[in-house]
Design a binder for this molecule. Structure first.
Ligand code: DMJ
Length: 932
């Protein structure tokens, strides 16, 4: 972002860097705004900034130190079990593991962070370790994308700063481009991935055997993600320019050229996945988050680094399309590339949080401020950005692997606006990390932001990016030993020097195509953005943009997206909404018929809906039917979700954990409901027999405690009754399946025994074996281990450390007095896990759409409301207004800006509707299959 800005607007600029300064100086010019800041959020004192900077350093030491002590030379630290994650030795987590190549990933990814954080001595040691220990010739299949951004990028970032330090004359005097040589070896190892006719790389490669050979175990893939193929140019070009070996830059350029060729020509958008042989779009949904994000980032940054106009022209063309279709400030919503007016989903993913930072680089500050503010409010609600959240800001996917994108955008916005508000945002990020993610052995990813439970994982990008951006946010120029403005950040926040643009330029010259001269560049700004325009003499500019959004999350009404039914506008009767539908209402049945939807009563009492568009009374009715079906699917899945109990948390509160380790636990459909009652706290004790399937032989040991029981051999309810009879105040069932973990297996609810379970009064939770063994190990080491069973991890402020621990005796008296009244029942069945089918059966009024043969005819053509929604929508002041009024107001502006919006009225031949639907269906099914 601020790269190149050090030269500043108006300083002599080499010809090649014409726009790179524009992009970069959007931020640089604005940086100067920091010094004239006079109003808005309270300015932060230098002392406070230094204090926060020091806190970041301490946190980095905690993360890096634990990795080096307990995990190195493994790729990553497992912070809960305090050991290294070695691929093959842990249960596979699927694609996530493709980043791990047995090449000490975290060490390499951390190299340039060490220099940014002023840890030059540690950097010197780390470089020596890389040169001594890292082996790139492992028989492992790795992701080309991840290896490029994290390992090649890490080596090049390390090299860039090593030569900078050497030149300064104090450190790294022995350095002789060794990291660059390792980078070059790695570059050559990745090249076979490009052996496709399209030039798009295979997504994976075997580091030792390459691709396609039988030993390689890879090379049969046909698809890759757009970001995977389009995020190579910075590292590959840097490698070429550092070494003079042009082949790397050539290959990366070819892949980018191909993607550009394949953009959807009418929308200028790209899909999420592409066939690497045919170039067909496999997933036709398009956004700025997962699967596409860094493709856009690299087009703009390739221009900044390489000064090649074609990259800027491509970026601007895409940016224009993004702002036209995807940007719905403050939201960024995926659309279909071939029908960009139609939203492809009703949720956003966390990766898009990088986009405001990229908008700063482009110089488009207003939407950056808006989206960032919306994201910040989601964070304030959930402490972290959940992996995905809905348009009405509910959690869609609850994990958070300590992603740095939001910190990145915060840093860039601070550089651009100088608004101390962004320093306060950074302070909140630091506090939340320490409060909720810090564990005794590093920082653990959040398994579920709602419960505060952890995953045994600390990804390398946490060290590569998070600490860099947070440190830089609070640092003044003199706090960094080099000029950060002379470098560009890769997508993994590795630093590449801008002087590369004038080095070994032969490749760009050779490949210059003429196509781009035909593009209309009238909307391009070739000059340095003027802060007077971006911040029209108003130091409160950023605040004035944030102000209307300040309650957008809290006060949001479920968002019924306003691509509104034409019938509302015309005064005609609104079409039937899924949420209003009643199978007993004859008028509704009549409407269904008109829409081509038939209703089938299944034998088990459920109702199934099937749509045959061809049977609809008109194409408009068919479209209404289509939307109705889509709404019904969402409603049904929403209801199913609501019936599933959310996961629970087991928090170890005794010394030395003090509440810092939170384990994800499965709930039980019987016993004390932790979401309604106070949490249960007590010391743990293993039951005898361990399976808890008969009367306990050690009631004195479990009395007043939380009993640990092994899964299996009898029903969960029976175990609960046995430990309850022995006086336990709660139970934790630990999976008997060795090595199982909530990281790799879906959590489930413990079902009852099919009989009345009201007699079970104590809370019961389930832990997979790995999580369970954290408690068992703790008992071995510390004997007395106290845990808290709850629906959400409780504050683990230092008070927890000082808090007087309630005695287990007292607990037991309270609990047993109030809650225990047991009557044991004998059953001789095996454990039953609840399933979706169970919940559907027990709620026969639910519609089952799972096996609708024409579920296919259900298209994500329009964003729908959630089932609890009233006729309300959200305005940006955060107030709920009556939909009818709002629609009136909106209709004019929408129609002005968006002529296609009245699609309900368009008369389209049924064949073409069907053809379109089929496309939607494919895209929809794909999305369902491989979301993120
Ligand atoms: C990082 O590895 C990179 O930023 C990448 O582009 C996508 N996101 C992860 C961290 O979230």
């Amino acid at each position: 972002m601020s790269e190149a800005g050090g030269r500043g607007c108006g300083s002599p600029v080499p010809q090649r860097a014409r726009w790179s300064l524009v992009a970069a100086t959007a931020a640089f010019c604005l940086v100067s705004a920091t010094s004239v800041w006079t109003a808005g959020a309270e300015p932060m004192s230098r002392e406070e900034k230094q204090k926060l900077g020091n806190q970041v350093l301490e946190m980095f030491d905690h993360a890096y130190g634990n990795y080096m002590e307990h995990a190195y030379p493994a790729d990553e630290l497992m912070p809960l079990t305090c050991r290294g994650r070695v691929r093959g030795q842990e249960p596979s987590r699927g694609d996530v593991d493709d980043a791990l190549g047995k090449f000490s990933l975290t060490l390499i990814d951390s190299l340039d962070t060490l220099v940014v954080l002023n840890k030059t001595k540690e950097f010197e040691d780390a470089v020596r370790k890389v040169l001594r220990d890292v082996n790139l010739d492992n028989d492992v299949v790795v992701s080309v994308f991840e290896t490029n951004i994290r390992v090649l990028g890490g080596l090049l970032g390390g090299h860039s700063l090593a030569i900078m330090l050497k030149e300064k004359g104090e450190y790294m005097q022995w350095y002789n481009d060794e990291l660059l040589q390792v980078a070059k070896q790695l570059g050559y190892k990745l090249l076979p991935a490009f052996n496709t006719t399209s030039g798009l790389p295979y997504p994976r490669i075997n580091l030792k055997f390459g691709i396609r050979k039988p030993e390689a175990r890879t090379g049969t893939e046909t698809d890759t993600c757009t970001a995977c193929a389009g995020t190579l140019i910075l590292e590959f070009a840097a490698l070429s320019r550092f070494t003079g070996a042009t082949i790397f830059e050539e290959y990366a350029r070819k892949a980018l050229d191909f993607l550009w060729e394949k953009r959807q020509r009418s929308s200028n958008l790209v899909g999420v996945t592409i066939n690497i042989h045919t170039g067909d779009w496999v997933r036709k949904d398009s956004g700025v988050g997962a699967g596409i994000d860094s493709y856009y980032e690299y087009l703009l940054k390739a221009y900044v680094l390489l000064g090649d106009d074609s990259f800027l022209e491509r970026f601007n063309t895409h940016y224009d399309a993004i702002m036209r279709y995807i940007s719905q400030p403050p939201l960024l919503l995926d659309v279909h590339i071939h029908k960009p007016m139609l939203n492809a989903r009703t949720w956003m993913d966390a990766l898009l949080a990088f986009f405001p930072g990229l908008q700063v680089l482009k110089g488009d500050i207003r939407p950056a401020i808006e989206t960032h503010e919306m994201l910040y409010q989601v964070i304030k609600k959930h402490n972290f950005l959940p992996e995905a959240f809905t348009t009405d800001f509910r959690v869609h996917w609850a994990q958070h692997p300590l992603r740095p994108e939001f910190a990145e955008s915060t840093y860039f916005l601070y550089k651009a606006t100088g608004d101390p508000y962004y320093l306060e945002v950074g302070k909140t990020l630091i506090e939340n990390l320490n409060k909720y993610a810090r564990v005794p052995c590093g920082f653990a990813a959040m398994k579920d932001v709602r419960t505060g439970s952890h995953e045994d994982r600390m990804d390398s990008f946490f060290l590569a990016e998070m600490f860099k951006y947070l440190y830089l946010l609070f640092a003044d120029k003199e706090d960094i030993i080099f000029d950060i403005e002379d470098y560009i950040f890769t997508t993994e926040a590795h630093l590449l020097p801008l002087w590369l643009s004038t080095t070994n330029q032969s490749i760009s010259k050779k490949n210059t195509t003429s196509e781009y001269t035909e593009l209309d560049d009238s909307n391009f700004d070739w000059t340095c953005p003027n802060t007077q325009i971006l911040f029209p003499n108003d130091p409160l500019y950023a605040q004035s943009i944030r102000e209307p959004l300040k309650n957008v999350v809290d006060k949001s009404c479920p968002r019924g997206i306003i691509r509104v039914e034409e019938s509302f506008r015309s005064g005609a009767k609104p079409p039937l909404r899924a949420r209003d539908f009643m199978a007993t209402n004859p008028e509704h049945l009549e409407i269904l018929k008109k829409m081509g939807v038939s209703l089938i009563h299944l034998k088990d009492g459920r109702v199934q809906l099937v749509q045959h568009a061809i049977q609809a009374a008109s194409s408009i009715d068919a479209e209404d039917g289509l939307r109705f079906m889509q709404e019904m699917i969402e409603l049904s899945s929403q209801q199913q979700k609501e019936q599933q109990l959310p996961p629970r948390a087991v928090q170890i509160v005794s010394h030395p954990f003090f509440g810092r380790v939170v384990l994800t636990a499965g709930p039980a459909q019987f016993g004390l409901d932790l979401s309604k009652h106070k949490e249960t706290r007590g010391f743990v004790a293993s039951s005898k027999p361990y399976n808890g399937c008969s009367e306990l032989t050690n009631p004195e040991a479990v009395m007043g405690k939380i009993a640990l029981i092994q899964r299996g051999q009898c029903m969960f309810a029976e175990k609960a009754r046995n430990i309850q009879n022995a006086g336990a105040i709660g139970g934790i069932v630990i999976d008997d399946n060795e090595g199982s973990s909530s990281d790799t297996a879906p959590l489930f609810q413990m079902a009852g025994d099919g009989k009345d379970t009201d007699d079970i009064k104590i809370p019961m939770l389930f832990l997979f074996s790995k999580e369970g063994s954290i408690i068992l190990d703790a008992i071995r080491e510390y004997e007395e281990v106290e845990v808290l069973l709850s629906d959400k991890a409780k504050d683990r402020d230092p008070e927890m450390e000082n808090e007087e621990q309630p005695s287990s005796e007292n607990d037991s008296q309270n609990q047993s007095g109030e809650q225990i009244s047991s009557s044991s029942q004998e059953v001789d069945l095996v454990d039953q896990e609840s399933s979706e089918e169970n919940s559907l059966n027990s709620h026969p009024e639910l519609l089952s759409l799972a096996d609708v043969d024409n579920a296919a005819s259900i298209s994500p053509s329009e964003q729908t409301s959630n089932p609890t929604e009233n006729h309300e929508t959200t305005n940006l002041n955060g107030e709920c207004t009556d939909l009818d009024n709002q629609l009136q107001e909106q209709s004019e502006t929408e129609e002005d800006s968006n002529p296609n919006v009245s699609w309900g009225k368009k008369v389209q031949p049924i064949d073409s509707i069907l053809a379109d639907w089929n496309e939607d269906i494919e895209a929809f099914e794909m999305m369902e299959k491989d979301e993120l």
